[in-house]
Design a protein around this ligand. Structure first.
Ligand code: ADP
Ligand code: MG
Length: 399
């Protein structure tokens, strides 16, 4: 499952020209970095390499450019990284070519250069052989710290790792051991809480978890499909009628494995999922949802039941909000689960949160530092949980 990969800590990097793939795909606002969490997540690896006197070039993508696109330059990232490091970080005008080679050759020990958005070249996502060679050319070593892109076989993730001696960065290493550890040898009872919008986008995650976790607790929009599949009226709730068979299959798999699958027993309903509907929100039994409302959150009895499972668990993995948490009146379930996980960490349980919106919810609640691990990779973390091989990880030699 999670095989240990050769670590940047073991690399002889002093004085070497090191290409480091990072995930600087940050949100921008008015030409500045709006949230620098992803930049900060790469700092331990950058700091280690600087300490060792490596000559560092960072490479990343930003957004989905079709060819060179001035609105997706990494210039704001170079500025922000320079502020954080306390010394300016130069940005090369491209990610390959003579100018990059000249700038890399001129780097002193511990100096950092940022290469321009690697996706300005379509060959990056094609994992094109000639482009991969051009990318690798000025360097002695390669370090991959871009966990968020590790599920993609691109030139700067999987490609270069086959051409240069490759090592796992500290962030990538931590992600793989934290998430992979859930699959390998979780302390039991192991509870998985899965919410979010749809069954269809999480079907493989649900299948993997129902077989591995002692208890699978379901919430969010996807719980509606499970409730419908078990004969409960769900009114105008978001649900995927064409996924009811998948929901049934998950329930059957849980039964076969002798694992518990928990569904909401009460829910918060409202005329719609927007803030204007919040004033008419109320709690009803999961079996008594009127035809003209939508389920927007789990109810207090459900929270209490999930709280008991969290209280008993030694390992908890959580992905996906339990309700429409973007609307304050529908955020109670998600918020409470985040708090309960933080408390569980405090009494020694291993708590891992992975996803897009679920991580956002934990951060907004100010609880990220109180989890054992909060993953930086949305899609990549789910693929790892599904038990899939991530090309960017597989390309790094085993330790
Ligand atoms: P994650 O990014 O954490 O994996 P998803 O992308 O699967 O989570 O789903 C997040 C979205 O699910 C949120 O935007 C939230 O509003 C939505 N959601 C949660 N519960 C419901 C619900 N009952 N009805 C509609 N949407 C919901
Ligand atoms: Mg999402």
């Amino acid at each position: 499952m999670s095989v240990k990969k050769r670590s940047v800590r073991e690399a002889q990097s002093s004085g070497k020209h090191v290409l480091v793939r990072v995930d600087f795909n940050v949100p921008l606002r008015e030409g500045a970095v709006a949230d620098d969490s992803r930049i900060r997540a790469a700092l331990p690896t950058i700091a280690l390499l600087r300490e060792r006197g490596a000559r560092i070039a960072l490479v990343s993508h930003l957004g989905r450019p079709k060819g060179a696109d001035a609105s997706l330059t990494l210039a704001p990232v170079a500025r922000r990284l320079g502020e954080i490091l306390g010394r300016p970080v130069a940005l090369a005008a491209d990610s390959v070519g003579d100018d990059v080679a000249t700038r890399v050759a001129a780097l002193g020990d511990g100096e950092v250069l940022l290469l321009e958005n690697v996706r300005f070249h379509a060959e990056e996502e094609e994992n094109d052989a000639a482009f991969t060679q051009a990318l690798a050319k000025p360097f002695d070593l390669y370090v991959n710290d871009a966990f968020g892109t590790a599920h993609r076989a691109h030139a700067s993730t999987a490609g270069v790792a086959r051409l240069l001696p490759a090592y796992a960065g500290l962030l990538l290493e931590r992600e793989v051991s934290s998430l992979g550890g859930l699959l390998d040898s979780p302390a039991r009872p192991f509870l998985a809480i899965v919410g979010g919008a749809k069954v269809s986008s999480k079907i493989d995650v649900l299948k993997a978890l129902v077989n591995r976790a002692d208890t699978l607790a379901i919430g969010g929009g996807m719980a509606n499909t499970f409730l419908a599949a078990t004969g409960h009226p769900i009114g105008r709730s978001l649900a995927e009628r064409d996924r009811m068979a998948d929901a049934e299959a998950i329930l059957a798999a849980g039964e076969k494995a002798g694992h518990t699958v928990l569904l909401p027993t009460d829910v918060v309903v409202a005329p719609g999922i927007d803030a204007s509907a919040a004033v008419r929100a109320k709690t009803v039994a999961a079996g008594g949802v009127p035809a003209d409302v939508a389920i927007v959150d789990i109810g207090p009895r459900t929270i209490a039941a999930y709280a008991r499972s969290i209280g008993a668990a030694k390992t908890v993995f959580w992905n996906g909000p339990l309700g429409v948490f973007e609307v304050a009146a529908f955020a109670a379930g998600t918020r409470r689960i985040a708090e309960l996980l933080a408390e569980a960490t405090g009494r020694g349980a291993t708590t891992v949160v992975g996803g897009g919106e679920s991580v956002q919810a934990v951060e907004e609640a100010g609880l990220a530092s109180r989890m054992t691990h909060v993953s930086t990779g949305g899609g990549a973390s789910l693929e790892l949980i599904e038990g899939r091989t991530l090309p960017g990880v597989a390309a790094i030699p085993d330790a």
